[in-house]
Design a protein around this ligand. Structure first.
Ligand code: 5GP
Length: 112
């Protein structure tokens, strides 16, 4: 079980800000910006490249939720970044697909 499955199962605590049957969003424990939320599908998909044709609607929903939460967290006007780290070169550390939503500060580009 990954750490995110344990959060979904409420076996370990997290600051949950949104949830439905398909996904959950909670604050990152090691925030890289004043707003740093992780949006995690409840279905275990290790990473983007492991998603199948059946997961397409779910992948779209994760993006839509990121946009909704950006409004809810009032970063939609100032700007924000949506990130998926996939594999070793990207620094993926939890093998359960998740979308980072970062904002409330200016974010450098290109990323490190
Ligand atoms: P990745 O590096 O895989 O893209 O992102 C994993 C993220 O999960 C990291 O930003 C890390 O801080 C976060 N994280 C790891 N363990 C926990 C935890 O137990 N609780 C929460 N809320 N976030 C976690």
């Amino acid at each position: 079980m990954t750490i995110f499955e344990k959060i979904i199962a409420r076996e370990i605590p997290a600051k949950v800000i949104w949830e439905d049957d398909d996904a959950i969003a909670f604050e990152d424990v090691n925030p890289q910006a004043p707003v740093h939320v992780l949006i995690v599908p409840k279905k275990v998909i290790p990473r983007l490249s492991a998603a199948t044709e059946k997961d397409r609607a779910l992948l779209g929903k994760l993006m839509a939720v990121a946009g909704d939460l950006a409004k809810k967290l009032e970063i939609d006007k100032t700007g924000y970044r949506v990130v998926i780290n996939s594999g070793p070169d990207a620094g993926e550390s939890v093998p359960h697909l998740h979308v980072h939503l970062l904002g409330k500060r200016a974010l450098a580009w290109p990323p490190g």
